[in-house]
Design a protein around this ligand. Structure first.
Ligand code: FAD
Length: 463
């Protein structure tokens, strides 16, 4: 008879593997099904980690080529060994995915290799064997959203997966979609020498972010050489041996124009991935966008079946998936954890970085909440000046009456690290005054956060 488990998690991405580890730490007998050759899901294999490895290397390349001289550092001719850069990226991925495999062994989690299918509540079939389990967790993640008329071949017309694997720098790269993934990967290839054009349907990039941040970020990327065609839609992209021909129309309709590119990156978003799971057989309900429907405790409509991460509603972010996996494991042993969706940061890992947490001015206005704004530019921060990286600002939004921090938006050096302070502030219900009175090391970029908080509460010192 096949082994039985307390929990079988399907999918070993950040949602699934964290859920499996936490459940095992809490004493449950756990298996995790993964069909990929390695653990870690989209994030570790073809998402967060390889993209950040290439962002890091391409940033260093640009720094050496353009910014060393202004600091008095003299180097010879800068060259690019793309094969080596890609090999380093592969090593970084390998270290991360084998780290998860080590953690599975350490926590005595069984990796069931193959595609998991739910044949009935409490039953999961993998590679011809059916396993019994008290609980099933669906953590199958997401995939790139396709676009009609644009056929991906992962060579000339690529998704993020192909864009991470290019073996030559394209002369021209057209990115369809001005969201996080398109802008990060567009930045990688621009820094390495490609002419990058971003085509976006809406009137601005990074939809959903703070309006002021969106505008300034577009200006900064334009200054760096990225071209934008906003309010435009791609109706077709056809690849041949010489490149790709795209048809682009105004979003509101009008005459189509033809443009050419060496490589086209399709990055219009991601959609939940639940194919082959057998959800229709067991009757697990999906919402109108194909996401698994869950309640506040990650339970689906079928008792004993839960879902977390990119395949359910909410931001498609690795740490959101992890937080849900961690919380669900604790719920399964009767604890009462809580995921605070108002305190989940979002980061764009370009340079400068863009980071946000909590409410934007737009969402506060829409909700009729009265708020105060405190802003501080990096041009007035000593550390940013020392680094030669003064583009951007910190913006803190606080409740007009109570001074409670409601949101923070940062565009600037290391914004992705700086935002953690504001996530903690929101989680702990801090006021702008609280942040302004906390000692922040000098000279640090964090002082810009403190000054923005002072600006929201009373007055900043350094502007
Ligand atoms: P996934 O990571 O997608 O994992 C799901 C796993 O389930 C996959 O390994 C899949 O093979 C497996 N699976 C699916 N169906 C089955 C089945 N039936 N049987 C067995 N296995 C199955 N997020 C961030 O927070 N920060 C970033 O910097 C960031 N950068 C990104 C860059 C790129 C290029 C991309 C594409 C994404 C990025 N993301 C980032 C998003 C992040 O990768 C996802 O939010 C995260 O991976 C979601 O985790 P998950 O556990 O829900 O699913």
């Amino acid at each position: 008879m096949a082994e039985s488990f307390d929990v079988i998690v399907i999918g070993a991405g950040p949602g699934g593997y964290v859920c499996a580890i936490r459940a095992a730490q809490l004493g449950l007998k756990v298996a995790c099904v993964e069909k990929r050759e390695t653990l870690g899901g989209t994030c570790l294999n073809i998402g967060c980690i390889p993209s950040k490895a290439l962002l890091h290397s391409s940033e260093a390349f640009e720094e050496a080529g353009h910014h060393f001289a202004e600091q008095g550092i003299v180097v010879g001719q800068i060259g690019l060994d793309l094969a080596k850069m890609q090999a380093r990226k592969a090593d970084v991925v390998k270290a991360n995915v084998s780290g998860v495999e080590f953690l599975f062994k350490k926590n005595k989690i069984t990796w069931l290799k193959g595609e998991g299918k739910i044949t009935a509540p409490g039953k999961v079939e993998v590679a011809g064997t059916t396993y019994d389990t008290k609980n099933i967790v669906i953590a199958t993640g997401s995939e790139s959203t396709p676009l009609k008329g644009v056929e991906v071949d992962e060579k000339r017309i690529v998704t993020s997966t192909g864009a991470l694997e290019l073996d030559a720098v394209p002369k021209s790269l057209v990115v369809i979609g001005g969201g996080v993934i398109g802008l990060e990967l567009g930045s990688v290839w621009r820094r390495l020498g490609a002419e990058v054009t971003v085509i976006e349907f809406l009137d601005g990039i990074l939809p959903g972010n703070d309006g002021e941040v969106r505008k300034q970020f577009e200006r900064i990327l334009t200054k760096q050489g990225v071209k934008f065609r906003l309010k435009s839609k791609v109706t077709s992209a056809v690849a041949d041996a010489n490149g790709v021909t795209l048809k682009v129309e105004p979003a509101a309709g009008g005459d189509a124009e033809e443009i050419k590119a060496d490589i086209v990156l399709l990055a219009i978003g991601r959609r939940p991935y639940v194919a082959g799971l057998g959800l229709d057989t067991v009757g697990v309900a999906l919402d109108e966008r194909g996401r698994v429907k869950t309640d506040a405790h990650f339970a689906t409509n079928v008792p004993g079946i839960y879902a977390i991460g990119d395949c359910i509603a909410g931001a498609m972010l690795a740490h959101k998936a992890e937080d849900e996996g961690y919380a669900l494991a604790e719920m399964l042993v009767g604890q009462k954890p809580h995921v605070n969706y108002d305190a989940i940061p979002g980061v764009v890992y370009t340079w400068p970085e863009v980071a946000s947490v909590g409410a934007t001015e737009e969402t506060l206005k829409a909700a009729g909440v009265e708020y105060k704004v405190g802003k501080f530019p990096f041009t007035a921060n000593g550390r940013a000046r020392a680094m030669g990286s003064t583009d951007g600002f910190v913006k803190v939004l606080a409740d007009k009456k109570t001074d409670k921090v409601l949101g923070a938006h940062i565009i600037g050096p290391d914004a992705g690290t700086l935002i953690a302070e504001m996530a903690i502030a929101i989680e702990f219900g801090a006021s702008a005054e609280d942040i302004g009175r906390v000692s922040h090391a000098h000279p640090s970029l964090n002082e810009a956060v403190k000054e923005a908080a002072l600006a929201a509460w009373t007055k900043p010192i350094h502007i």
